[in-house]
Design a protein around this ligand. Sequence first.
Ligand code: HEM
Length: 478
Amino acid sequence: MFSLTIFLLLGLLLLGDSLRRTLSSPLNNIPGPWYAKLTSAVLKWHEFQARRTTYVHALHLRYGPAVRIAPNEVAFASATAVKEIYCSGGSGYDKTEFYDLFRVYGRRTMFTTLNKEHHARRKRILADRYANSNIMKGPSLDGISERAARFVNRCAQSKDGVVDLFVDLHSYAFDCVTHHLFHPYGADSLGSSKDEEIMREVAFDDSLRNRLLEYYNPPLHKVFGKILHLFAKPRETPLADNFVLGASQKADPAPFTLLDRLHGPGFDLDHLDKAAECLDHMAAGIDTTGDGLCFLMWELSQPANRGFQKRLQDELLSNPGTNYDKLPFLDAVVMEALRYTPPIPMSLPRYVPTGGREIDGFVVPEGTIVSCQAYSTHRMDQTVFPDPDVFNPDRWLADKGDAERKRLFFAFANGGRGCVGKHLALAEMKLLLREVYSKFSTAPDPSMTARDMEMSDQLISARPLGERCLLSFTPLAL
Ligand code: HEM
């Protein structure tokens, strides 16, 4: 009896303490649904349904650009918040343990390093491989052009002119990124079914729920891991792991590759560290560029956007020798697609540093998880992006408002921890579009539905819900 009383008293004390902390939290000043003050269960429910992005966006539409989404988590959607969270002090606030889920071979890489000093040390050595000047060099760019030509040959040979872009664009992105990482030991998934299997393992991965459980409850995940596998698949990519372990052992990669840099002086990494860094960049480069191009070509193929497709073809056909980077309408199409359907649409979580900070006029205590998500920063400020749910490349050609648009553009994140592969991704996207739309018109296959192309959240990237994107390719009458 005595011990039961003690137990009840302790319970009441703990409850009282958590209620007091809940009621006195400085985060109570931030708008949001009432339940977000008490529990993160609703947010997690949406994450497990692969709908975090649209849930958070709906909260922004209801409560504004700053919204409390869980007891210890706040989402922002303004240029000032992007600057504060991701750019202050160069690379912004430290990443949260969410990024532990991306660790490969048990090692930390540039992407998964949480602390910004450690990150800066690694980035200083790697970044030059992704500088535009390195991408623009002959052997790097020629490799991308060759793969874009291979992609178009595949389209030309396809049965009835119908192509599943979801598959072929992931293959293209896989071949391009591994060319940049390992040439001449990159993959050829556009030409070899053995390499296509590796790409499929990565692109069709279905481990979202298993990995979320691992993040939210590591002890449970450890103890019940085997049973969990029956309900929620773990991430298993043995073919990709072996491919990278093999390629990263090669001693003589081309001078423009990442592997060449990792082998070079100033880096004291063992084989697993090098393989982990390469696998991370490979994974970062497949879904993002593959899904980004897939959403883009789907949009450009819609009957309502036929005029944009025609203008793109006209620009490409009347400027055949012009550098891909000097074509304004091509640039506008790519920017608009990355705004409209950003391949990484979701929150990129960071911890508020020691001492707390003020973000967009709200006091946010240290240790709070804060983030912005591209999907919302690209839509919330309608003075900068009017009619944000309309695909309209012309908005990027208006002289007025260019600086404001760029400040809110968050598809590649921002600051020192933003996408290092940005120039490579843009080159891949533009060279492929040039190759396709100077030879073909595209239209959706009648079997496709709008639901097939709804955004399905993965860990931070999103892919088409139906995991397919069938377009018909009609050769242009030149
Ligand atoms: C359209 C294509 C791409 C998009 C939209 C994109 C977007 C992003 C975003 C939003 C981040 C920040 C993630 C975060 O903070 O959690 C990021 C980081 C990163 N991306 Fe990309 N990415 C693309 C293509 C690529 C490619 C082709 C590579 C090539 C290897 C790449 C390599 C990386 C790496 C290594 C990081 C980590 C950077 C760091 O922590 O310093 N990305 N990317």
